[in-house]
Design a protein around this ligand. Structure first.
Ligand SMILES: C[S@@+](CC[C@H](N)C(=O)[O-])C[C@H]1O[C@@H](n2cnc3c(N)ncnc32)[C@H](O)[C@@H]1O
Length: 316
């Protein structure tokens, strides 16, 4: 899995200042809808861009706690918080998403943005988030299903192999949005809604998110045994796409909003409204678990290949 060492954290700092990710945070903050006086927890805070922005929204009287399991991320976060003079409002600590060191019902909201995909025991992490939320508290999760990305390249199959390599090397759960709702229900939370929006990039721009991850995709490809010739060819093809209409990345982002269930289903008005507002696509996830079904009977063979029909006809 991707380790957030000094080099990766420096890269994260740069990537998360790109206009696409700045816009992603704007959407995320609109969903969190932090209010003055609230206590919030940012799980896997990275370099504390989000924590420092939300901190200003909980003033006066509120407070943000930001945790990360990478010491380099925590150091970079502390530097940002000090530089911005926010020490009073943000407390940065080392901590694990799956083992939150806080009393029950401590926070009004918990946010985890592009973090649970790295957490091996994500079911436990979600239960921990539910535990530390107050009644009526909300959990906002931002994740990508990395299968859904589209890259423009000359070799679709090689692109797929490199994307798969990145998923295997960097993430514990590269397709989390598909199963998150079930994990959340198991943690005793209700879904308020899901919103998706996408990052679409159409220019080879050194400040673009997509250009920023090409190198790590190549490294993942090499780690998963793709030949250096193939990886080099893929990289060269992408990096030569500097003319208009040659570069394209589509990455869908899923923003999930949940609330603590207190025995009956209700919808947190602010959270639900925020999820619906400005949604490019919103989709519903059933609020009840699927009923277990009997196994489907084995299908009867109804179709015969031309070859087996020919063989049957020619048999004596
Ligand atoms: C892609 S960054 C996201 C940063 C931040 N949430 C944001 O949106 O700006 C992922 C962060 O999650 C942290 N992380 C990964 N696994 C974690 C875990 N089990 N507990 C806490 N943090 C974790 C990484 O160290 C890294 O800083």
């Amino acid at each position: 899995m991707l380790t957030y060492d000094a080099k990766t954290v420096a890269h994260l700092d740069k990537l998360y200042s790109t206009p696409q990710i700045v816009d992603q945070r704007r959407r995320l903050r609109a969903i969190i809808s932090a209010r003055p006086g609230e206590a919030g927890l940012d799980v896997g805070c990275g370099v504390a861009y989000l924590a420092s922005e939300v901190a200003r929204e909980v003033e006066p009287g509120g407070h943000i706690t930001a945790i990360d399991n990478s010491q380099q991320s925590v150091d970079a976060s502390k530097t940002r918080i000090e530089r911005e003079g926010l020490e009073r409002l943000v407390d940065v600590r080392t901590g694990d998403a799956a083992d939150l060191q806080f009393a029950d019902e401590t926070f009004d909201f918990v946010v985890a943005a592009q973090v649970y995909c790295y957490v091996p025991d994500v079911a436990r992490a979600v239960k921990q988030a539910a535990r530390v939320l107050r009644k009526g508290g909300r959990l906002v999760i931002l994740e990508t299903d990395w299968d859904m990305c589209v890259w423009q390249s000359s070799d679709r199959q090689l692109t797929r192999r490199i994307m798969d390599a990145r998923q295997a090397v960097q993430f514990a759960h590269p397709n989390l949005p598909r199963t998150l709702h079930a994990l959340i229900r198991a943690a005793g939370m209700n879904l308020s809604g899901v919103q998706t929006f996408s990052i679409v990039e159409t220019r080879y721009d050194m400040n673009a998110f997509s250009v920023g991850i090409v190198e790590s995709m190549c490294n993942a490809g090499l780690k998963r045994g793709i030949s250096s010739e193939d990886v080099t060819a893929w990289e060269q093809d992408l990096r030569s796409r500097t003319s208009d209409g040659e570069w394209f990345l589509f990455e869908p982002i899923h923003l999930h909003g949940y609330e603590i269930a207190d025995g009956h289903v209700y919808v947190h008005a602010t959270l639900a409204a925020a999820l619906t507002r400005s949604a490019t696509t919103s989709y519903t996830v059933s609020s009840q678990p699927n009923k277990p079904r009997k196994a489907y009977p084995a299908p009867k063979v109804r179709y015969k290949s031309k070859r087996s029909v020919r063989e049957e006809n020619s048999s004596p």
